[in-house]
Design a protein around this ligand. Structure first.
Ligand code: NAD
Length: 495
């Protein structure tokens, strides 16, 4: 990304070749505010279409994205450097998210009766989820189609208009999303894009949106929340991770190693839910490690569309990865694959580390590169203690037979795969999100839809209240009746 001063365009380049992918105007504060102002009436129009019409439009968009899957995969490859196959997998998951949100919005958010309660037996209870109006979506560069569509698909299905600020490293992909949506919804600017870096994201937080959905690093999530706090703008924060895989002694080691290598190295490790640490039952540690090293060592690294690992998209990340590898080695760790020489800008070759102390950066912080620390553990208790000993809590994985599900339940994370890795990334029906420094709020599934609708409760009185409590006309007899009724309804304690 280059954008020297205001007025200069944002120039997006291919991280492997330096070739120009596109030029985009950088928004200033006024342009962001204007986009949000335009989105207001567009959102009202869109909400007015109702669930059925919105569903139809969103499914048309889904179909268009599906037909152009390979086109956008090429663009993703150009702009992020990720291999085309990885780009296809990312786009497929995004398509699944839009489909699920479109098909389930009415069921989850639409008006419905709720069971009334005895103390207010005279009234019917209704619930519906109304759109916020305009939702701001700020995205990262690592999955520039999948991460924003988790928010955009659900927020659109819920009846909101969107102003999306893609990462300054992936403006072309962000623009492509808005342009394709405009093909199926040409009438109003329901999905707009504003381009630029941190200042433009900060301006969006303060531009009067009804809700802000952020995906990116934990440090930026805190800034976004602070900016949104000024106006009590609600936020969803999908932040960083430092995910662990636990491998029990009775695991299928070939399957576990295959999954671990992909989970750690997919997208060259630039994955929020990438496996950064593996805790392996001591009895199978050597057998697991040799399988991991063999598989990871066979992967290809390069700029070609068919390479297994592409370049590191954001040059500054190379320094973080180098620092984590050097810190691990300086503290007594060993590289059984890769190591110091693995960092060859813009690439990092797969690096598998062992004997790394628990206070090393590679264990404590998000590395966001193609590295993996493998540690033997004497028990599943110890595996859980180490896996959970992090301020992050995004995803995780457990391989094993007898105890795997029980262990998975105890991982402090928002999402865990058992005998699989990142399986939740394709599961559009399940909520996505983390705890602790990984953020809060959920995308996807019913929780993800509700994130973009505010509960609107309606109570409709149907007959005279048997318990006259909400009136100054009540008498001592009414109060006595309330006491008696409550004793009957709630006075008995369970044994
Ligand atoms: P980042 O925090 O640097 O940037 C994310 C976005 O925030 C960008 O669009 C950026 O321009 C914008 N931004 C920067 N400063 C801002 C500010 N002060 N106010 C408002 N917006 C601002 O993150 P990144 O490097 O683009 O992405 C990588 C990070 O994202 C990693 O930590 C990764 O784990 C995380 N991530 C999380 C998820 C998830 O679902 N939890 C998914 C993908 C990536």
């Amino acid at each position: 990304m280059t954008a020297a001063t205001t007025g200069d365009p944002l120039i997006s380049t291919n991280p492997a070749t330096g070739g120009v992918v596109g030029r985009f105007p950088v928004a200033d504060q006024a342009a962001v505010e204007a986009a949000v102002a335009r989105a207001g009436p567009a959102g009202q129009w869109w909400a007015g279409l109702g669930f059925g019409q919105r569903r139809r439009r969103l499914l048309r968009w889904r179909a268009l994205l599906t037909r152009r899957m390979t086109e956008v995969a090429e663009l993703l490859h150009d702009e992020t450097g990720k291999p085309v196959a990885e780009a296809v997998v990312e786009t497929a998951a995004a398509i699944g998210d839009i489909d699920w949100a479109a098909r389930n919005a009415r069921r989850v958010l639409g008006p419905r009766r709720v069971r009334r309660v005895l103390p207010v037996a005279e009234a019917a209870a209704h619930l519906e989820y109304r759109p916020y109006g305009v939702v701001g979506v700020i995205g990262p560069w690592n999955y520039p189609i999948l991460t924003p569509t988790g928010s955009i698909g659900a927020a659109l299905a819920a009846g909101n208009a969107i102003v999306h600020k893609p990462s300054e490293w992936t403006p072309a992909v962000g623009q492509w999303l808005a342009d394709t949506f405009a093909e199926v919804v040409p009438e109003q600017p329901v999905l707009q894009v504003v381009h630029g870096g941190a200042e433009v994201g900060a301006a969006l937080c303060r531009a009067g949106v009804g809700k802000l959905s952020f995906t990116g690093s934990t440090a930026t999530a805190k800034r976004v929340m602070a900016a949104c706090a000024e106006t009590l703008t609600p936020v969803v924060l999908e932040a960083g991770g430092n995910d662990a895989m636990i491998v029990d002694a009775d695991a299928d080691l070939d399957a576990a190693a295959e999954a671990c290598v992909w989970g750690a190295l997919t997208n060259a490790g630039q994955t929020c839910v990438g496996i950064e640490r593996a805790y392996v039952a001591a009895a199978v540690f050597d057998a697991f490690l040799s399988r991991v090293v063999e598989r990871a060592g066979a992967l290809t690294v390069g700029a070609g569309p068919g390479a297994d690992l592409g370049p590191i998209t954001m040059p500054a990340q190379l320094d973080v990865i180098r620092r984590h590898i050097e810190d691990a080695l300086d503290r007594g760790g060993r590289a059984v694959l890769g190591g110091r020489a693995a960092v060859q800008p813009p690439y990092v070759h797969p690096t598998i580390l062992v004997d790394v102390p628990a206070d090393a950066l590679a264990i404590r912080e998000e590395t966001f590169g193609p590295t993996l620390v493998v540690t033997p553990v004497p028990s599943m208790e110890e595996a859980l203690r180490l896996a959970n000993d992090t301020r992050y809590g995004l995803g995780g994985a457990v391989y094993g037979r007898r105890r795997a599900v029980a262990v998975a339940r105890r991982l402090r994370a928002g999402m865990v795969s058992v005998n699989d890795v990142l399986a939740f990334a394709g599961m559009s029906s399940l909520p996505w999100g983390g705890v602790g420094d990984s953020g809060f709020g959920r995308l996807r599934g019913a929780d993800g839809l509700r994130e973009f609708g505010r509960a609107h409760s309606l109570v409709v009185r149907q007959f005279r209240s048997p318990l006259a409590s909400r009136t100054f006309e009540r008498t001592d007899r009414d109060i006595a009746r309330i006491v008696k009724a409550y004793r009957l309804m709630f006075g008995r304690a369970p044994r």
